[in-house]
Design a protein around this ligand. Sequence first.
Ligand code: ARG
Length: 472
Amino acid sequence: MKLWGGRFTKPTNELVDEYTASISFDQKLAQFDIQGSLAHVDMLAKCNIISATDAATISEGLQVVAKKIKAGEAVLSEENEDIHMNVEKLLIDEIGAVGGKLHTGRSRNDQVALDMRLYLREALVTISQLLVDVQQALYKQAQQNLDTVLPGYTHLQRAQPVLFAHHMMAYVFMFQRDVERLADSWKRVNQSPLGAGALAGTSFPIDRHYVAEKLNFDGICDNSLDAVSDRDFVVEFLSHASLISTHLSRLSEEFVQWSSAEFNFIELDDAFCTGSSMMPQKKNPDVAELVRGKTGRVYGHLIGMLTTLKGLPLAYNKDMQEDKEGMFDTVETLKGALALYAPMIETMHVKKEVMYEAVAKDYSNATDLADYLVGKDLPFREAHAVVGQVVLDCIQKQKYLLDLTLDEFKEFSPLIEQDIFDVLTPKAVVNARNVAGGTARNRVEEQLLTAEKLLEQNTNWINEHAQLIQGK
Ligand code: ARG
């Protein structure tokens, strides 16, 4: 007999059970479901809706059920549809009919919204920590490469040299915004829907604030219809996750390019690469490629959730059961990628000489020749034209700017003097970008200092919120 079987005259078609059940995936919510039930039952007793004795029996029973599920000893069935009804069934099996009092003043609709929020709170903390680990790995590479110059690109054409540290720090700041976005979403996730009932609230004299406080929520959802209907907090998470994936994917693309023989700028550690079953010489950056590839499924989950919600009337609709798999998969996908990226970045070998060689053998110091002429009062547009001529001539003669003699320079502009040879070295070119946020070494060092404070701020946030979800 189903928990809701009273008004039915026939058993459910087996295919319907199979089709509508969510237990195969929502069992991931078991511990959160029980955590919520423990708070709920405590409140029911406090409000004299059930007796203290019954509440104690139910609480103990719930803890036994939790242990059994954790140990894999509980039988979770499709017949009982989802994690909520499976837990209730297991509870009744454990303690008898009194277990049936747990669901007083509650519906699966507010219950599932609660579980989703509890799950997401934990995910926010875990993913933030993993992001910080990646930030720290990038930060370390930056520290170790404050003298490493590589070509900076626009349009994937060599543009101006930059410090490798500068490049690493760009990602540190991208991931910083990701951490901040997750932290900001906390206040919208951390509202308790419990007490909204099926949609309209409940006739029992419950205390929503008491439950919310017990579970360390910041407050309660103000409107019962909204509480059970919206999954905007899931959409928001999937959107933040999509941006994290975008950032990871762009970084992945750089790793893939840089480890090719054509670039040869880095070598990823053997432990983070794989080989070919046919070509013995191959060492493939599979991890980076897969991180890049998995971006597709994360974006897919975002658009999937938005689409599921868009046509739904208030309040709860079964469609909303589709909120789970995409969210779970997104959390697992991010966890997998981030956990690998911290050590992969940390162990990455940076080929400083190759990078330097690439900068020395190109025209990425051309802007500096133009800037030099501007310093001699030539309007920038004219200086640009002169240097264009110099570069064209060099390309035809297969030379670089620093291969020219002073006399050759003077053929293009009499304003050029001996000091040009100091101005055009890669190091000088980098250090000339001495503007806040620029690639000059001292400016990159400033970025490191800024990042240090941000990382500390992140760690504090994580510690504080890790305590909250542990019920402290
Ligand atoms: N398994 C359902 C879900 O995940 C729980 C809520 C079901 N509520 C209902 N009235 N059928 O959405």
